[in-house]
Design a protein around this ligand. Structure first.
Ligand code: ZN
Length: 113
């Protein structure tokens, strides 16, 4: 996923890969979700059901949609969103719908192929 990403994706990906200390453990965005999150935040592409539920702030739906890995990583995802994601792109179904409708960068990006 590292080849020819646009500048915005590169910047956000770095923050996802960073290990952030929380108490006496470290947190980062699960690798399998990074592409979907970047496609959504930077390029406005609809994410899967699990990420849509997380971004919409729907805890019960997120738990219901999570796979075996991500149900144990909800904190890591929310921690990153809270600290790095643009506020208007998440926190409610209304925000998610508006974010998906807004025009986005058409810069060439390896994530869009
Ligand atoms: Zn990009």
């Amino acid at each position: 996923m590292s080849t020819e990403l646009c500048a915005d994706c590169v910047r956000l990906l770095e923050s996802m890969q960073q290990l952030a200390p929380v108490g006496n453990v470290y947190t980062s965005v699960p690798e399998g979700l990074r592409g979907g999150l970047l496609r959504y935040i930077v390029h406005g592409i609809r994410p899967g059901d699990f990420l849509t539920a997380v971004l919409s702030n729907d805890l019960a739906e997120a738990c219901a949609r999570a796979d075996d890995l991500n149900r144990h990583r909800l904190f890591d995802i929310c921690f990153w969103l809270y600290n790095h994601a643009p506020s208007p792109c998440w926190k409610s179904p209304k925000n998610v719908a508006a974010w998906l409708e807004a025009p986005r960068s058409t810069a060439a990006c390896g994530l869009l192929r």
